[in-house]
Ligand binder design. Structure first.
Ligand code: ADP
Ligand code: MG
Length: 699
């Protein structure tokens, strides 16, 4: 297998080495210039590249090509065209022009655009993103593209991500050129390694659950006798069937050049995680989308279903995505690595302080970037970080910052005060930095780990926001320091100022503790508990200004995204509520009826047979079933009437709040009663598989 890995790795990717071997030297050079420096691609170059790409794709079994893009639905889209062109003799040849490579026009008017594009002028176009390699998937050459309207608005998730990377590059390079030793730095990229959590359930059981099919999560289900209390699943032995799935998945991912690296069982039964080796944010985002897609496909080949929902099961952990994020230079330096010399340390502390300032000033945006109906079930519950944004630095790095702020020496043995740009940072143990798993935004030695992302979401938005926020803070720093007459003194002052003004965002304690909620409130930090609450902040003046200033979103683009965000939330809850009504009326109530009828018949039969017969089990159960049935029936009527009410509300913000406050609460009531009913109903009468079946069904 080992040698096979090196052979198959990237075998389905039109990557640099394939390009080098297949393109004329001049074409290759021109293309690399576009890829590394973002220079415009010449039409004649595109023609040559397209031809080489087509030949390579056909040799590798492809018959079709597609412009692969990431619409605002958060998934990916593709429309396949075959390479065939008819010839006059009634035959076909395989053709692919430079124009077809560079630009496409999917008739994609049904994708949400948040009003950016009235449907009558529906056409958006896709444009090749040469910074992400083309690849072959299911016999189709996929060309990663951006999706824009003809008036230039971004209709996708990739375009703003590329823009945000440009923004942070520009400002970071400015900052770096102020420090000695960075003369060779011409480019700065952000890097991401997203750890992906997921559940696997048996397909045959899944097929019996309408809620899983329609909503991706269970809307009903009493706790199984065994949940995650023994914590025996975490890092436990991987079951052979899952092992086979992982083996297959890795192979598929490797073929696409995705660096799948670690895999293990997670805390909840049936929950697993896959982590890739990090890469450029743009690629990491593409690769994460492909990873999710391949997880689903591969699971289905193995008779299972991969659940990527943030909270498929109540009472056991949900799934998230840890977005490990850092910044690095074209010279290979990780800017979040503290370094060893005074100058490297100073540079690190400036970047660190800029991030601290940015996270504090734009807490709302970071919260919004991870807000979804699914993730609302996690954030703030006892498994994921709370809905409050804070930064974890670890005690030792905190000690260094405290010493800087107070102007006192760090640690007992130190005699000298820390002087930025002059002193060397004291050693701090990076291994201790990762122990706190409760922080939403944790420094882990040479990167930050943003832990609030939902498992099902594209990582684009979180990284667009993060990149732009940090670009803004770096710009402010560069504006000050470029004018400085005494660099070290001004740098020292700026770092101290950033930290002292924004230290409220740093919290090294237990984020799951209730006392943190109170403490955060005292500090004036935001606690946006739900998606509707978070979304109210998107269009704040400071946020519009931020994105416009850095050319990442125009005001309309931001507004359209917010509209879609609301729309998504409302639609998801609408589907969940309708599914619940359906399951309640067609499955649960009829089952209750069947059971109560059986009980009543048994009771009278028993008493007829022998009047002194003890029917306490039958009678008490009958009473309980009747009372729960009534509760469920009343509940479903309330839910139905609230659903009718909500259709009258036109304002999306109010509608979302109504869904959150009323509809979700109605659903919770029905569920509680139904779960109690499940616990007393015989297995052969309960209409669908239970938690026990689902969580332990893959053997
Ligand atoms: P753990 O969090 O389990 O200790 P690691 O810290 O090694 O594991 O890595 C977790 C994830 O962070 C991996 O996906 C890894 O590739 C990613 N990562 C490591 N370094 C960086 C970096 N400089 N930028 C972005 N992601 C990184
Ligand atoms: Mg980690």
């Amino acid at each position: 297998m080992g040698s096979e890995v090196t052979e198959i790795f990237g075998s389905m990717v039109f990557n640099e080495s394939v390009m080098k071997s297949r393109l004329p030297k001049e074409t290759f050079k021109a293309l690399m210039k576009t890829i590394t420096l973002g220079e415009k691609l010449d039409g004649s170059v595109a023609t040559v590249v397209a031809n080489a790409m087509k030949d390579w794709a056909i040799e590798n079994g492809a018959t079709h090509f597609t412009h692969w893009f990431q619409p605002l639905t958060g998934t990916t889209a593709e429309k396949h065209d075959s390479f065939i062109e008819p010839t006059s003799g009634g035959n076909v040849i395989m053709e692919f022009s430079g124009k077809e490579l560079v630009q496409g026009e999917p008739d994609a008017s049904s994708f949400p655009s948040g009003g950016l594009r009235a449907t009558f002028e529906a056409r958006g176009y896709t444009a090749w993103d040469p910074t992400s390699y083309a690849f072959i998937k299911d016999g189709t050459l996929c060309i990663p593209t951006a999706f824009c309207s003809y008036t230039g608005e971004a209709l996708d998730k990739k375009t703003p991500l590329l823009r945000s990377m440009q923004a942070i590059k520009k400002q970071a390079v400015r900052v770096l050129h102020l420090f000695p030793g960075n003369e060779d730095v011409t480019n700065v990229i952000t890097t991401v390694g997203p750890e992906q959590e997921y559940f696997l359930v048996d397909k045959a059981l899944y097929d019996k659950r309408e809620d899983l099919i329609f909503t991706g999560r269970t809307l009903f289900g009493a706790k199984s006798p065994k949940g995650q209390e023994l914590e025996d699943h975490y890092f436990g032995m991987i079951k052979p069937r899952v092992q086979e799935f992982m083996k297959d998945l890795n192979k598929e991912l490797w073929k696409l050049g995705i660096l799948a690296k670690t895999e293990h069982n997670e805390v909840a039964p049936a929950q697993h995680e896959l982590a890739p080796i990090f890469g450029t944010t743009n690629l990491a985002c593409d690769h994460n989308q492909l990873t999710m897609e391949l997880m689903r496909k591969t699971a289905s080949k193995h008779g299972m279903v991969c659940l990527l929902h943030e909270k498929p099961f109540a009472g056991v952990n949900g799934s998230g995505k840890h977005n490990n994020w850092s910044i690095s230079t074209n010279t290979g330096k990780n800017l979040l690595d503290p370094g060893a010399t005074p100058s490297q340390n100073a540079q690190f502390l400036l970047f660190l302080s800029a991030i601290i300032k940015g996270v504090d000033e734009y807490q709302d945006l970071l919260r919004i970037s991870v807000a979804s109906a699914g993730n609302d079930h996690r954030l703030g519950a006892n498994e994921a970080p709370p809905a409050i944004i804070s930064i974890f630095l670890g005690e030792e790095l905190q000690g260094i910052l405290d010493a800087l702020l107070s102007g006192k020496p760090y640690g007992e043995s130190a005699k000298e005060k820390m002087q930025i740009g002059v002193s060397v940072l004291p050693e701090f143990n990076k291994d201790t930095t990762d122990r706190n798993r409760t922080s939403p935004f944790a420094f882990t030695g040479n990167k930050f780990e943003f832990r609030m992302l939902g498992s099902n979401e594209s990582i684009a938005c979180a990284n667009v926001f993060l990149n732009t926020i940090v670009a803004e803070e770096l710009e402010q720093a560069a504006d000050i320091l470029e004018k400085s007459k005494d660099f070290n003194a001004d740098l020292h002052a700026l770092i101290v100022k950033n930290i002292s003004e924004h230290k409220r965002i740093i919290f090294n304690g237990n984020g799951y503790d209730d006392s943190w909620v109170k403490e955060a409130e005292k500090r004036g930090l935001l606690n946006l508990r739900s998606t509707p609450e978070a979304l109210q902040h998107t269009m704040e003046e400071k946020n519009i200004r931020l994105f416009e200033k850095h050319g990442v979103y125009s005001k309309v683009e931001l507004l359209s995204r917010n509209e879609i965000h609301y729309e998504n939330y409302i639609k998801i809850l609408g589907i969940e509520a309708a599914t619940m009504v359906d399951m309640t009326r067609k499955q649960i109530l009829p089952a209750a009826q069947k059971f109560s009828l059986a009980l009543s018949k048994t009771i009278s039969a028993m008493q007829t047979a022998y009047s002194g017969c003890d029917v306490s089990y039958e009678a008490e159960t009958f009473e309980e079933v009747c009372s729960l049935t009534k509760e469920i029936y009343e509940g479903v009527k309330v839910l139905e009437s609230d659903l009718a009410k909500v259709t009258e509300e036109c304002d999306p913000a109010k509608k979302a709040i109504f869904f959150h406050d009323s509809v979700l609460a109605d659903m919770e009531k029905i569920r509680t009663a139904a779960d109690s009913l499940e616990l007393i109903t015989p297995k052969d009468i309960w209409p669908f598989p239970t938690y026990g079946d689902l969580l332990y069904g893959v053997r």
